[in-house]
Design a protein around this ligand. Structure first.
Ligand code: AMP
Ligand code: MG
Length: 403
């Protein structure tokens, strides 16, 4: 039984229930950026793995300095990556570079700025007082071998990729990307670059949906523009369904005579899960599943609706399919009062503005209709105002969704 007119929350629950977890695959570390981690990364070694020198200078035994020695014989020079030398006698020092291992017998570093080097002797400034442990990053002081550095579900940004190198492996387990296809439907739609007639419309939804997905690191396999013709829809949507796990259709889901999408999908074996969500924009949203591993989002064709539905439903569904750690939406206060009478949740475009004191608030930028998408270009996303309330005072705090 198709559920009708569900709430946003019910819609999300039904979608999440239907979303299968993608299998994991191993990829080279350099191509894992933006992907979702599916293994635990543990430290291959202590970090740092040896007592690490953090300044260019000389390494010496503090007890020699404490005994009054100020000029030290340079017994050797040690760069990063070289096996540690040893102090060979009292009064000796080793020249060391940042990143090198601490020479055996040394327990303190005097930076090169605080000494003069002449004829193999390093003389320390009279005013400089070295302390034991100065400029030494002790082995294991950050964490120990085997410590958990990253847990499954982490999104791999620059910092996480850097940390993943400490697992020591050249490849890494991440979620396989689901294959995603996008179909826009409508006899009026013409792609940019093609000739337009007096009643045609530039197809924008497919590009906008794809952009929203790509910006979150989801590649799109296939994109098609389809007419409102049941036979063509059936063959083309059928073909697209074969080749993807997530199909996103826009247009043709309302009650018009040419709105063939739900019936076509059902005929193709897609089981309808819900139709219509008590929200504006995006009320006609349709969602279905096919077998255990395919889902179909059929979004209303109005450009504002289709983008809002992509961000509110498709993106969280994909994040879950990848096993990403669930993110709570940020919350933001309204800069001014909002009135909304219909008995629907209101997904209201906003600009997030920072105040001079460092706090921020959401300035409403309502669109004239759900077709008025030019206004969206100046906005950051939308807030979700719940159904059952007509007046939202300035300062009202609502969840915020970025485009
Ligand atoms: P529909 O959901 O098919 O009834 O479409 C609702 C409105 O959105 C109509 O005015 C369509 O012309 C418009 N529309 C549908 N699909 C697109 C699209 N891909 N790009 C831009 N506008 C669209
Ligand atoms: Mg249409």
């Amino acid at each position: 039984m198709t559920r009708q007119r569900v709430s946003i929350r019910e819609a999300l629950e039904l979608i999440m229930d239907a979303m299968p977890l993608q299998p994991a695959e191993r990829v080279p570390l350099f191509s894992a950026v933006g992907r979702t981690l599916r293994e635990t990364i543990m430290a291959e070694r202590d970090q740092p793995p040896f007592d690490r020198v953090t300044m260019d200078g000389i390494a010496l035994a503090h007890r020699d300095w404490a005994a009054g020695t100020r000029s030290f014989r340079v017994a050797g020079t040690q760069g990063a990556g070289a096996a540690p030398l040893a102090l060979d006698a009292p009064g000796a020092c080793i020249e060391v570079m940042t990143g090198s291992a601490l020479p055996a017998g040394a327990d303190c570093i005097v930076p090169v700025e605080r000494l003069s080097l002449e004829d193999g002797v390093a003389s320390i400034e009279a005013a400089y007082e070295p302390r034991p442990g100065t400029s030494i990053h002790r082995r294991g002081s950050d964490y120990r071998q085997g410590a958990v550095l990253l847990a499954p579900g982490a999104r791999l940004g620059a910092a996480q990729i850097a940390v993943a190198t400490l697992g020591g492996s050249a490849d890494i387990a991440v979620s396989r990307q689901p294959r995603i296809a996008i179909a826009s439907t409508g006899d009026e739609l013409v792609p940019p670059g093609a000739a337009v007639g007096p009643a045609s419309i530039r197809a924008s939804n497919d590009r906008a949906i794809e952009a929203a997905l790509r910006l979150r690191g989801h590649p799109v396999e296939a994109c098609a523009l389809l007419p409102d013709d049941p036979a063509v829809l059936r063959s083309e949507l059928g073909r697209m369904l074969e080749g993807c796990e997530v199909l996103i259709v826009s247009g043709g889901v309302s009650m018009g005579q040419y709105d063939h999408v739900p019936a076509t999908l059902t005929a193709l074996g897609v089981e309808p899960v819900f139709h219509k969500v008590t929200q504006r924009p995006g009320l006609p949203l349709w969602f279905g599943r096919k077998g255990a591993d395919k889902v179909v989002f059929a979004l209303p064709g109005n450009p504002v609706s289709s983008l809002v539905c992509t961000v509110r439903y498709v993106l969280p569904a994909l994040a879950q399919a990848l096993g990403a750690r669930a993110e709570q939406p940020r919350r933001v206060a309204l800069a001014e009062a909002v009135e909304f009478r219909p008995d629907l949740s209101y997904l209201l475009p906003v600009v997030v503005m920072w105040r001079p004191d460092g706090t921020y608030h959401a300035v409403p930028r309502p669109t004239n209709t759900s077709g008025d998408f030019v206004a969206l270009a100046g906005t950051d996303g939308f807030v979700e105002l719940p159904r059952g309330q007509d007046l939202f005072p300035a300062g009202y705090v609502a969840p915020f969704f970025r485009w």
